[in-house]
Each structure stands twice: as C-alpha cells, then as structure tokens.
Design a protein around this ligand. Sequence first.
Ligand code: PLP
Length: 394
Amino acid sequence: MTVAKKVRGFISQSSWIRKMFEEGNVLKKQYGSDNVYDFSLGNPSVEPPVEFKKTLMQIAGEDSSGIHGYMSNAGFLDTRKAVAEFIGREHDVPLSADHVIMTCGAAGALNILFKVFLDPGDEVIIPTPCFMEYRFYVDNANGIATFVKSKADFSLDITAIGNAITERTKILLINSPNNPTGKVYDEASIRELNELLEDRKKAYGRDIYLVSDEPYRDIVYDNTKVPSILKAYRNSVTASSYSKSLSLAGERIGYLAVNPEMTDIEEIVRGLILYNRTLGFVNAPALMQRVIARIQGVKVDVEEYRRKKEILCNGLSSIGYQFIKPEGTFYLFPKTPINDDIEFVRALQKKRILTVPGSGFGWPGYFRIAFCVDDATIINAMAGFEETFKECSQ
Ligand code: PLP
C-alpha cells in the first residue's frame, strides 16, 4: 500500500463540498450547464470590483525591476503596512506591519498558524456547524480537533465550549460570519469567551489562543457588525483573505493579523514567517500583494448577494423550508424536511440541484445552499426545490 493509511481514510471522508461540485460537473456535461443548478461551492459569483481590475492593469504595466522576485517571507513591507493600517482602524487596535503576515489565502494562514502553535496532541476546539477543512489543517500540525455543538440558533454554546477545554487545549477557533450558517457571533458572546478563556488560563496555567477565521467579514447584511476579537481578547489572531471580499479565491491572497499584546508575540511571529516558507508557500503571491496594498477598503458589491439571498429566502420559505436568515456570507443552511440530510441532498440532485448535506459540516439534518450564483439559477431551481420538498414530506 503506497498511500498512508491515514490519508486513505481522509480521502474517503474528504469534502462533501468538492464531491458535490465534481458530481455537478458530470451532470453539466450530460444536461448542459443551464440545466444544472449548482449551489455546491462557495465560489464568488460577483466579479471583482473595477478598482481591482484597474489597479491590476496599472501594476502589471509598471516597469520596475525585481517586482516578481522573492521578498521577505512575511510579505512586502508596504503591503503589510497598508493592511495593518486598515485592519487596525477597523478593529480599533494599534497594529503595525510587524503584526501582519501575508499568506496564501485564509487556508494558508490557518495552516501556518496551527503549525506554530500546536505541539503533537494539542487540542483545537471548533464549534459546529463548521467548515470541515479545519479538521485537515489541524491534523497537518499533528493537533487534535475537538468539535463542540453550537446552540440551535447557531450561536456559540459557551458552557459546552467551557466543558470541552482540557489541559491540552491550545486554540479555540471560531468562524464569523460562519460557513455554513451565516451566523455572526455577537459582542456579548465574544465577551463571554474572553472571560471563559481567562478563567481557564488560571485553572490550567497556560494560555488558550482565540483564532477567528474571517474571510466573510465584509459580506454582511442589514448593517450587521462583526465584533473584533483582536479588541476583545489579548491572545487573539485573525485569519482572513480577499477570496470572498474581492472575489479573488483563485488568486490565493490572505493574511494573519496577531494581537500586539499577545504573550510571546515576537517568537510567534518569527515562527509564522518561518512556516510560511517551510510549508512551501514561501510567500503570498507578489502581484496580488502589490494590488491589494493599493485598494484597502474596497470590496465587492454586497447588494448583489443581498438580492440573491432575498430571492432564495422568499422562495424557500413560501414552499415551507425552515431556516434562520443569514446575517453574513453567501450561504443558507435550512433544515431538511426528512431526518436524513444525505438522502435529501440526493433527492435534490435527481432534480439537478446540487447542495451540500449538513453532515459535511458536522450538523446532520440540514443542508447548505451556496447562493453565490446567477439569479436565474436560484429562480429556475425553485420548482425542483418545491417538488423535492413535497415528495419528501409525504
Ligand atoms: N475558512 C472558511 C470558513 C471558508 O469558507 C474558506 C473557503 O471557502 C476558507 C477558510 C478558505 O479561504 P481561502 O480561499 O481564502 O483560503
């Protein structure tokens, strides 16, 4: 057997999202892409803003030498300065370039972070439902992922999180706005987390770090504010990217921002820079770093996603689907009308509608609809959503 046993296991349980996406591609070949309603992947449908395109063209045309070469593994100083200034203002925390590391997306950011923080067997607590790739990222660093159920309204269950903390807990990882629920954790719950982690630090005599994965921070509705964990808790790190906020998922550009007051910050930052290199990323893409340095604060037109969300929510609720309206992201996470979410998703697939079962997010009995698609896809899929709902409710 060539492939390691663990990898074999992981391949067989690996992402439902990718599985549905691949199956969708087969259906598209068979029926034509207009006849397949693909809500499987969180691939932004809104084009990057014009400012991005203009700046990219401008920079690509500039005639300066060395711009495509290696740079410091943390990223260009100018870029880190620009990001620190903008993020610092947003979070109301005094960040400098020394607190920012440019990464290959949020995924790259989390991978280097876990590598630096985790000794083998250290635990990372992750509230569910969640983006299940986390499990692999934690395993890459030989850590143990401990999943803790959130409340029925998808808010954090602080008591359950407290009960899951052990002397091996090193990190609590939250994701707000949340994939798949669209939930934004409010100020009160972030305050409670702060109290809990300070309390457990006293009990176990070691720091627990709060990491917030925030690639959807800019995609929020109805003036929702995403509270800053950098402001709320000393030992905190934000991982983020421009994958969703600028629709640059394929360009692999993101960052880590570490709290300036964090314990052992200098060594941690040195470790993060080292692992950006040694995990093989080396540095975040040079061209993208130079572009985003000049367009801090620019984001996609969220109104586009808001409109899609309304079309979808109105359509599904009139059929009888039950769900909590998302406060952010471009995902809706309704209950399945039957208990078996996998069976329900398969039934939708027969109508050429591709979604992802809640089981793929550690939350059976629900399914995720990624509404980052054309309006027509949502509108044309409604008949299939209705027929499947009725067939399954009989
Ligand atoms: N975190 C969450 C919650 C995500 O949904 C995703 C991608 O969909 C990522 C991280 C990875 O983001 P990136 O493409 O910036 O690496």
